[in-house]
Design a binder for this molecule. Structure first.
Ligand SMILES: C[S@@+](CC[C@H](N)C(=O)[O-])C[C@H]1O[C@@H](n2cnc3c(N)ncnc32)[C@H](O)[C@@H]1O
Length: 239
């Protein structure tokens, strides 16, 4: 039998199910796929919900109640974590996403809860946050076609365009710097194993101590495993 520590509260679970049921998967299809969107969501909706809830349970143990979270590139996969933070930890969440159709679908599906997705660059978010969520953003092949293959260890020396790569790396570093600059210390970062190097680089440059958690958690949509980092905390590592 599962204990409360391993599961979200019934009210949270109910809200997550409600939002997933209300989502307009027809509108989301072209956002995630060039073709075959309906089939994609038929296959991915269940795993997205299930793996998202698992990550939300882990995150609940790591975050303090009442804080603020900045979500960069939050989409369908982030729904369980966003709802858990709002309902169970009484935290303020600010999810940002640059894809208009996805933001519209997410906002209309979550109208009954205090959750609003912003169609804007997360770098412009105001104030301080104690949690930064940045998952499958810095290695996105659509946005960073020249940098992304290297992030996945698939760079091709024959076709690499160093100027375009260098330009994309500058954009990624600037986004990381703007977001990490808003993070309180000690703070917490949720990211993927492919993106963790950008956070680590920023910490090295700013002489900020950081620790990467050893556990990795699978995700459903992009498939990059998630990991957690503690930032600016000296002494004992909690996980
Ligand atoms: C590959 S998708 C990942 C979506 C989701 N995190 C997931 O794992 O399924 C990348 C997302 O990041 C968003 N994004 C990229 N740069 C952003 C920025 N500066 N501010 C807000 N969103 C951004 C894009 O709009 C897109 O929705």
């Amino acid at each position: 039998m599962k204990t409360g520590r391993m599961m979200l509260r019934p009210a949270t679970r109910h809200l997550i199910t409600e939002v997933y049921e209300r989502l307009d998967y027809g509108a989301l299809g072209p956002v995630y796929c060039y073709e075959g969107g309906e089939e994609f969501w038929r296959a991915k909706r269940g795993p997205c919900d299930r793996l998202g809830r698992r990550i939300a349970v882990v995150l609940r143990k790591k975050l303090e109640p009442g804080g603020r979270s900045l979500y960069v590139g939050a989409g369908v996969a982030e729904i369980p974590a966003l709802i858990m933070e709002t309902v169970e930890l009484d935290r303020t969440v600010e999810p940002y996403n640059l894809r208009r159709a996805e933001v519209t679908a997410l906002n209309s599906a979550s109208h009954s809860i205090p959750l609003k997705f912003h169609l804007a660059d997360a770098a412009g978010a105001k104030g301080r946050f104690d949690h930064l969520w940045i998952v499958s953003v810095l290695n996105d092949p659509e946005r960073f076609p020249h940098l992304s293959p290297l992030s996945y260890g698939r760079g091709n020396p024959l076709t690499l365009d160093p100027l375009k790569f260098s330009n994309e790396r500058r954009i990624v570093r600037a986004l990381v710097a703007r977001c990490m600059g808003k993070l309180a210390r000690p703070g917490f970062v949720t990211t993927t194993t492919e993106e963790v190097l950008w956070i680590a680089e920023w910490c090295h440059r700013h002489r900020v101590p950081y620790r990467v958690g050893t556990h990795q958690y699978p995700t459903a949509l992009v498939g990059d495993p998630i990991c957690f980092l503690e930032i600016g905390k000296r002494g004992k590592w909690s996980g």
